[in-house]
Ligand binder design. Structure first.
Ligand code: BG6
Length: 612
């Protein structure tokens, strides 16, 4: 979600850095900053062009680091925009990733007299490095020593105010590379900023750091061993083609889903305790342990994620949960405050008016309000008593893809935390986590097969009506799949709980009305099978989404999409991936650009404001 660019050499750094930033703008961001030694930082909450406007004309620098940020810890503001520095402004850093133990480290550093000026987890790095630099005066050693204390992920670039042409970089879970030209080094977290300058690139591996000056670069392992690594030649034509291969933001968002699942869970699972932990819930544990009734309020995809959350909470925490559309919550009689009731607002954007109104009504009635939102600093994040962030990154394609998947995962982790305080065993909690941790790779497996889903979308291109069905956890998948199909490909799609089809909807089915049945091999599979048998009699094609290895599906389905096996409550995460892809390809094949809805239906959100 963030990107880093750096330069050290003999040419003016500013145009190279700005060009590099422009080449990664497609990632989505809310703020941008640059550090030039001897002249300091320049930052803008907004676009790169806004930064250009505030850069003085007379700046001369042959080195610098720059960053685009999408807020995850701390709202988009000048204070939180990278480059960030330490108390004495000796060290400047730009960081991608997440520091999991930032709270503990901050406390230790504050006790030593460090003064923090941002709400970010990243600022910790500047202070830690400054602390070490005072002791050892070797920039790369200071970075390595500081990183020994850090738990988390980073792509990191560091400059020191007294070493104007030195950049130290490090990598752990986030890429960092050095592009090499004669006497010039372009540093970046992606290849795009380098492509215009060089095809010679050295990539750091996890657990490595490097010092880069115009005289050259040296790479070290975290055991301080010097490593020799020859640059690789990037195929610039192929790299450019690869980017063109992903023409729409919606597809880019879908391809980021494995990473989204990793980021949303990062720092929130404690395997040895078999539980999850959210900073925003820590101080509310008493209230949560006494929770008697939860009301989830959501609109669109967020409502459907809420339906899955309800089932998880009822299955594992055993509390009654109601899920209400934001547009209907506001029509209900004003509720009296009741002890043990919480209203949880779900909203990717954090700006959906019906959710804002619902939460306002709940607050007025004296009911406690929580939020699960993706956009840091959004209206909902500010109005609730407490809450959690999705940490899904910017939703560029407007439709909720990353938002929906991460909402389900965060609700699962919240379920786990509540279940553990209500008696779920540590061992069962650990099993739950182990399965969550496998989800990103399982999503990767599905994404690798996306061409098959494209072929299916082609096969089904002639149909104008679709029915989507599921039972239990996958009723929400059917609703969400139908919503996406409507929004993205503009075809008519109905969704029903599979057991309800016989009570009316079956009348509309015929041989030109295909059914997509979401039916992993789980506790409701046999019932689903009967529902599908009934639908089959109407003659329309059946496309089944089921668990890998379930050959039985071929006995009743015309086409089958397999998803990896997982715990029943996580199957909507996996089932949703082919549904998103099917909707995407169905739209693309019908000639619709997923980035320019025919009839925009989202409220104007933060994401759209930043979407170019
Ligand atoms: C609608 C969008 O306007 O808002 C849906 O079309 C979205 O895609 C819904 O799911 C809710 O949005 P949010 O931001 O509150 O999750």
């Amino acid at each position: 979600m963030c990107a880093i660019v750096g330069y050290t050499g003999y040419k003016p750094a500013i145009p190279i850095l700005l060009d590099g930033l422009r080449s990664v703008e497609y990632k989505g961001y809310d703020s941008v900053g640059i550090y030039l030694p001897l002249s300091g930082p320049y930052k803008n909450v907004g676009k790169v062009e806004g930064l250009v406007d505030i850069l003085p004309d007379n700046l001369v620098s042959t080195a610098g680091i720059a960053h685009i940020r999408w807020a995850t810890h701390g709202v988009p503001s000048l204070e939180n925009t990278h480059p960030l520095t330490d108390t004495n402004k000796n060290v400047w850093i730009v960081h991608n990733g997440m520091i999991e133990n930032h709270d503990e480290l901050r406390q230790e550093l504050q006790e030593k007299g460090h003064i923090f000026t941002s709400e970010t987890d990243s600022e910790i790095l500047a202070h830690l490095i400054a602390d070490e630099y005072e002791k050892c005066l070797k920039p790369h050693n200071a970075v390595a020593k500081a990183l020994e204390k850090v738990v988390g992920t980073y792509g990191l670039a560091v400059m020191f105010s007294n070493l104007p042409d030195t950049i130290v970089i490090a990598s752990m879970g986030n890429k960092m590379s050095i592009g090499i030209k004669d006497g010039e080094y372009i540093i970046a977290s992606e290849t795009a900023p380098m492509l215009r300058h060089t095809s010679n690139v050295v990539q750091l591996r996890d657990g490595e750091y490097a010092i880069v000056t115009p005289q050259g670069y040296t790479i070290y392992s975290f055991d301080h061993e010097k490593l020799s690594r020859k640059p690789k030649t990037i195929d610039i034509a192929k790299e450019t083609a690869l980017r063109k291969d992903v023409p729409h933001n919606m597809m880019k968002d879908i391809l980021e889903l494995p990473r989204v699942l990793e980021n949303s869970a990062r720092g929130r699972v404690i395997m040895q305790e078999g539980t999850a932990r959210f900073g925003g819930l820590d101080e509310h544990m008493k209230e949560l342990s006494e929770l008697k009734r939860l009301i989830i309020v959501g609109c669109g995809s967020s409502y459907y994620a809420g339906l899955i959350g309800k089932l998880m909470l009822e299955d594992y925490v055993k509390i009654p949960v109601e899920v209400v559309y934001g547009s209907e919550f506001i029509n209900r009689k004003v509720m009296e405050a009741q002890d043990g009731t919480i209203v949880l607002g779900l909203s990717q954007s954090g700006e959906t008016p019906d959710i804002i109104d619902s939460l306002a009504i709940a607050k007025k009635a004296g009911i406690r309000t929580y939020g699960l939102v993706n956009v840091v600093g959004s209206t909902i994040s500010k109005m609730v008593d407490t809450g959690m962030y999705n940490h899904a990154g910017p939703e560029q394609g407007v439709r909720s893809t990353k938002g929906y998947i991460s909402q389900i995962e965060v609700l699962a982790l919240m379920t786990l935390e509540l279940a553990r305080i209500r008696g779920l065993s540590k061992a069962r909690g650990a099993e739950f986590i182990a399965e969550i941790k496998q989800l990103p790779d399982k999503v990767r497996t599905i994404l690798k097969e996306r061409r098959k889903i494209k072929k299916l979308a082609e096969e089904y291109l002639g149909y104008d009506d679709f029915l989507l069905i599921g039972r239990k956890y996958n009723i929400a998948s059917a609703h969400e799949g139908a919503l996406k199909l409507k929004k993205v490909s503009y075809v008519h799609a109905e969704s029903f709980p599979a057991g309800e089809v016989k009570n009316g909807p079956i009348a509309m089915l015929n041989e030109i009305f295909p059914t997509i049945a979401i039916m992993p091999s789980d506790s409701v599979y046999d019932a689903m099978r009967k529902d599908v048998e009934l639908i089959r009699e109407r003659g329309g094609p059946i496309l089944a989404i089921t668990t890998e290895g379930n050959m039985d599906a071929y006995s009743f389905a015309d086409d089958v999409i397999f998803i990896p096996d997982t715990r029943e409550c996580f199957s909507p995460i996996l089932a949703n991936i082919p549904l998103q892809l099917f909707a995407y390809y169905s739209g693309a094949l019908r000639g619709f650009s997923q980035d320019a809805p025919l009839r925009p239906s989202n409220v104007v959100t933060f994401d759209q404001d930043t979407d170019e």
